[in-house]
Design a protein around this ligand. Sequence first.
Ligand code: GTP
Length: 250
Amino acid sequence: MQVVEDVEVAIKVVIVGNGSVGKSSMIQRYCKGVFSRDYKKTIGVDFLEKQVHINGEDMRLMLWDTAGQEEFDAITKAYYRGAQACVLVFSTVDNDSFAAVPRWKEKVEREVGEVPTVLVQNKIDLLNEATVTSDEAEALAKKMKARLYRTSVMEDLNVSAVFTYLAEKYLKKLKKQREEEPVHQSESSTTIGLGIFAASPATQPGEAEGLRDDLVTLRPSKQRAKKRKNSFRSEGFALNIPVMTSLVRL
Ligand SMILES: Nc1nc2c(ncn2[C@@H]2O[C@H](COP(=O)(O)OP(=O)(O)OP(=O)(O)O)[C@@H](O)[C@H]2O)c(=O)[nH]1
């Protein structure tokens, strides 16, 4: 048996929170460097990935943008499975979105247990219209034992810091795991997704087949599916991970 050293670390991150708080904008900004003032609500889930180099490690961040509207809860919860990190987003100018944060946390925990989480107060460019005070946001973060980031996706403030923090946190956890229990992989095994497939409660070896039951197949719209090059998709299917995404947005 040969030990494979150059394993690419992949981490699945789910982004949750009420509708219109800026979740889609956040991953579009982070992965593509763009921002649009248009609001197109996410139907089901969307997915983007970004390759980063952090602390000497090549990492692939797989960012799952989930619909904020409760009507899609049944669909989105299937996509929480296997997540190793979570971004809980609320908007500075939407008190309901702040009040809903604990509910979103519970929904994710119901599927994946406790995972590294950050609380994100988005739209801080609108601070003069704020309905949530800094103290309230900090108190909630403290209660949740999560780090609070204040972002403006529009002005590109602090967006990458959110994901870098989660990636670093995950790497630390992985290194600790490697030290405690070194992972030996045979030459023929995949070199992608150590994080996804080694550390997730939903994807422990032997459970992958079970995931098929949870697979929700949403057809991508032809227009966007053509444009999208999702290198993870084929690997995901090979390993029975539910990676089919809805790319349909109204
Ligand atoms: N002023 C301001 N507007 C923002 C910011 N981020 C996003 N928006 C706007 O907020 C609206 C909603 O953004 P989305 O990213 O679609 O929100 P979402 O959370 O993905 O919404 P759902 O798909 O319904 O869950 C859009 O019009 C964005 O342009 C920000 O930092 N500041």
